[in-house]
Design a binder for this molecule. Structure first.
Ligand SMILES: *Cc1c(COP(=O)(O)O)cnc(C)c1O
Length: 432
């Protein structure tokens, strides 16, 4: 399978290059040149297939030039060694809980798959690969944990000193082994600038293999399609008319759902559910895509003013607003609405939503006023990750899962660094 840039469909690369580079040379995002279709054997037997069966079937056409079936099967079994439960919340509404991985958020799916693909591609290289990530919190923990113990790869997580929550900091500073946390005296923007400058520095590039693991990487996108297929397969036993509601920020998650549909999973419709950073719902209303500065909300992983994966959605639908609107309806919600629904659903159903999943739930309720589809909203993170916010909203204590407690008990280790590129360059030069 070849992949092209969303800016230029004539640029074609293989999976290895797409995953190592992340972004195409012309700054476009990689997409498959032609969308593969699942076989009738798979599509006709969905309810019988396990998560690993479906993950294998979806990934296989993307990776089969580079990887044998046996290696791929082992890879998906190792990467997805946790549950993906579809939990009924009420009549016709189900929560797809994507928070049972090591960092309790759906970003574990992308990070764990990509880490293993990259580890496979670098086997036999006589040099280590250095993954540089700048994080304001969640990406750093998912990437660090995804790459933990993957041979041949070292991860360097740059984070702004004093500006990430304690739980988030614990999730990437307590790991040790091939993960180094770098505490930058500066902001998240400083961290991002240091990483970007490192990629552009020819001395460093000549001596080190550097790569990023940011959310636009194809290696993180592909595995997100797996759970749509799996959830559809489960739900279709009850009602084959299935709608997914996706709490969205950069729209990687929703794009992965559209890919699952394009590959043949007969998903009826998608809901693009956002907080007040409603660039995509506005596009659906007006046909104008108008990025703007993001506004801070309590669903902060979705505070995105210029959703990076939107170009992939346009590419999938040949830039047709009509075609996009046919498959996606947009909804947006304020913090006040999110707080209210978290309180209500906890009180009436005993189900605790997190501030991101709550937006998916709200959109589904609104959509179902006029439609009778079975609705699945994605629960993108465990509520305990936003402990203070959630406890204040529901007025009760939230139980902290064992996995999170283990991080909290771990010893924090990080390397202090100024925000000057020279200091970062010196740090990297010592790795040669
Ligand atoms: C990253 C994230 C999102 C947004 O996902 P996108 O793929 O960027 O749209 C939603 N919820 C949580 C908890 C996240 O960490």
């Amino acid at each position: 399978m070849k992949f092209c840039s969303t800016n230029n469909t004539n640029i074609e690369v293989g999976l290895k290059e797409a995953v190592l580079k992340g972004l195409a040379d012309d700054n476009g995002l990689y997409m498959p040149v032609t969308m593969p279709r699942l076989s009738n054997d798979i599509l006709g037997n969905l309810p019988q297939l396990s998560f690993h069966d479906l993950a294998f079937a979806i990934a296989q056409p993307f990776v089969n030039d580079d990887m044998s079936d046996v290696i791929l099967r082992n890879l998906v079994e190792e990467a997805f060694n946790f549950e993906v439960p579809l939990v009924q919340v009420e009549d016709s509404i189900y929560s797809l809980e994507l928070f049972h991985g090591p960092t309790l958020a759906f970003k574990d799916f992308g990070a764990r798959f990509m880490a293993r693909i990259l580890g496979y591609f670098t086997k036999g290289l006589d040099k280590e690969i250095h993954v540089l990530v700048a994080t304001s919190g969640d990406t750093g923990s998912a990437v660090a944990n995804g790459f933990l113990d993957v041979p041949g790869i070292k991860v360097h997580v740059l984070y702004p000193s004093g500006l990430v929550s304690t739980i988030q900091e614990k999730q990437f500073t307590t790991l040790g082994k091939n993960i180094t946390a770098i505490e930058v005296a500066g902001t998240f923007d400083d961290c991002q600038r240091l990483v970007k400058q490192a990629f552009l520095d020819s001395d460093l590039r000549n001596n080190l293999i550097l790569t990023s693991a940011n959310s636009i990487n194809l290696g993180r996108l592909i595995p997100q399609s797996f759970y749509y297929a799996f959830a559809y397969a489960q739900a279709s036993k009850i009602n084959p008319d299935v709608v997914f509601s996706v709490p969205s920020g950069n729209f990687g998650n929703l794009t992965a759902g559209l890919i699952a549909k394009a590959m043949g999973i007969p998903i009826h419709h998608f809901l693009a559910a956002t907080n007040v950073n409603d660039i995509v719902p506005s596009y659906l209303d007006t046909a104008r895509f108008e990025p703007r500065d993001s506004v801070a909300t309590i669903s902060n992983a979705m505070d995105v003013g210029n959703p990076s994966n939107f170009v992939r959605i346009q590419h999938l639908y040949n830039n047709s607003h009509a075609a996009i609107s046919n498959d996606i309806t947009g909804y947006r919600y304020t913090d006040a609405a999110v707080k209210q629904v978290m309180k209500d659903v906890y009180a009436s159903k005993g189900y605790l939503l997190d501030p991101h999943g709550a937006i998916g739930y709200l959109a589904l309720k609104e959509y179902q006023k006029k439609n009778s589809s079975l609705g699945i909203f994605l629960e993108t993170a465990h509520p305990a990750k936003f402990l203070d916010t959630v406890e204040e909203i529901i007025g009760a204590k939230v139980e902290i899962p064992q996995k999170l407690q283990k991080f909290i008990a771990g010893e924090t280790k990080s390397i202090p660094l100024s925000n000057s590129f020279n200091d970062f360059k010196k740090y990297l030069e010592r790795l040669v």
